[in-house]
Ligand binder design. Structure first.
Ligand code: NAD
Ligand code: UDP
Length: 322
């Protein structure tokens, strides 16, 4: 044990979690414990990290109470399936992960007097009636729809986080993440950037849902994590919520065209059914992050897509057509 920090990353084997563990380990004082049940995360993501003596894995489902015998200085709660097909597969479980999982991790933060960062989401704004979305906007969520397990689960998680701060003095922070992409996304993840890149690399048609006129704003993972670290380092009376995302906004159709060009693919574009309650637009207002943290994304979508295409093109199971 050095005098560095002991950090728990719940959901550490997923897309953002793997990138976060890597980033935290760059600081040689840090000891990182990844807590995950591999519901959507992958063992392959963290296999190389297990060689690092400052990294360890704890297999656990956060819906079950946590018995941690070691203390932590910081806890990042990323544990939750994040892709619509994954969180809709067992919506009751998704709600349990968000509610019970967040409570169990907050209990741990309370016990250890650890700082706690909650990975919330732009989905708390639902299908927004205000554009772009600032933190003050209270959202437009269909609480009976197929996205509600995730959206309402994350909203409930936010309310728990703030209540643990008010009732028990837990030092908490809430970040609302807007669509983020990059290396270590699972090829089967189902979200738009990984789907399109894998399809383009395989020469398969890109599956645009609906007309493709809906918009998203895409943030490269490294920028997001810089924001995480800065938020965690803020003074204890800063709780958030704070939007983190890249305001560069495109229609899904524009994104498909960009990815085809970035890959140099001859893939066609096909249109498939639009899922229920798919938000029509999304763009973060990041003024608060700019003022509070001096944080702005630095990686353009063009650059971030190139880096992500590079990552996927080296995966053995993403074979281009013969
Ligand atoms: P992901 O699905 O790749 O990672 C989620 C991780 O949580 C996986 O490793 C999974 O196995 C783990 N997990 C799920 N349920 C668990 C449980 N019951 N117990 C223990 N571990 C469990 O998704 P991601 O994109 O890396 O997202 C990470 C977090 O960030 C999620 O909370 C997500 O809601 C939030 N978020 C992500 C984005 C984004 O664009 N990537 C946007 C908004 C919010
Ligand atoms: N989408 C698409 N084709 C795909 C996957 C997603 O057109 O293969 C669309 C989806 O309907 C949504 C947008 O891309 O409008 C972003 O979807 P994603 O699942 O990545 O995240 P969301 O922001 O919807 O949670």
């Amino acid at each position: 044990m050095t005098d560095g920090k002991r950090i728990l990353v719940a959901g550490g084997a997923g897309f953002l979690g793997t990138n976060l563990c890597l980033r935290l380990l760059e600081d040689e004082g840090n000891h990182v414990v990844c807590l995950d049940n591999f519901y959507t995360g992958r063992r392959e993501n963290i296999e190389m990290l297990l060689m690092n003596p400052r990294f360890s894995l704890r297999e656990h489902d956060v819906t079950e109470p946590l018995t941690l015998d070691e203390a932590f200085d910081e806890i990042y709660n990323l544990a939750c399936p994040a892709s619509p097909p994954h969180y809709q597969k067992d919506p009751v479980y998704t709600t349990r992960v968000n509610v019970f999982g967040t409570m169990h991790l907050l209990d741990a933060a309370r016990r250890f007097n650890a700082k706690f960062l909650q990975a919330s989401t732009s989905e708390v704004y639902g299908d927004p009636a205000v554009h772009p979305q600032a933190e003050e906007y209270r959202g437009n969520v269909n609480c009976t729809g197929i996205r509600a397990c995730y959206d309402e689960g994350k909203r409930c998680a936010e309310s728990l986080v703030f209540d643990y701060a008010r009732m028990y003095g837990v030092r908490v922070k809430v970040v609302r993440i807007f669509n983020t992409y990059g290396p270590y996304m699972d090829i089967e993840d189902g979200r738009v950037v990984s789907n399109f890149i894998v399809q383009a690399l395989r020469g398969e048609p890109l599956t645009v849902y609906g007309t493709g006129e809906q918009t998203r704003s895409l943030c490269y993972v490294d920028d997001l994590l810089t924001g995480f670290l800065r938020v965690m380092a803020t003074e204890d009376d800063f709780l958030g919520p704070l939007n983190l995302g890249n305001p560069e906004e495109y229609t899904v159709l524009e994104l498909a065209e960009k990815i085809i060009a970035a890959v140099g693919s001859e893939s066609a574009i096909i249109h498939c059914a639009l899922p229920q309650d798919d938000p029509k637009c999304r763009r973060p207002d990041i003024s608060r992050a700019g003022k509070k943290l001096g944080w702005h994304p630095t990686v353009s979508v063009a650059e971030g897509l190139q880096r992500t295409v590079q990552y996927f093109s080296h995966l053995q199971n993403v074979q281009p057509p013969r």
